[in-house]
Design a protein around this ligand. Structure first.
Ligand SMILES: [Zn+2]
Length: 73
């Protein structure tokens, strides 16, 4: 994606394992923060429900994985 830089160590296609569940980073999109109008990024992660296997995506503007996953619960 031109003009979009993802902060290390994140890269599209990376898979993180958090408490036995895999999350794949499938996309990153430009995002303008409402708070101050500055350019930011939204990260889109994909995973599967551990109970039924349904695919779901989560979108978070932070790159801190613990925060991203914690926001699920
Ligand atoms: Zn489910």
């Amino acid at each position: 994606m031109p003009g979009t830089t993802l902060r290390s160590p994140f890269s599209i296609g990376m898979i993180v394992d958090y408490r036995g569940q895999n999350y794949e980073l499938i996309d990153v999109r430009p995002y303008v923060r409402r708070r101050d109008g500055r350019d930011s990024l939204v990260l889109i992660w994909r995973s599967r429900c551990l109970d039924c296997g349904a695919v779901f995506d989560i979108r978070r503007t932070t790159t801190k994985i613990e925060t991203i996953i914690a926001a699920l619960s």
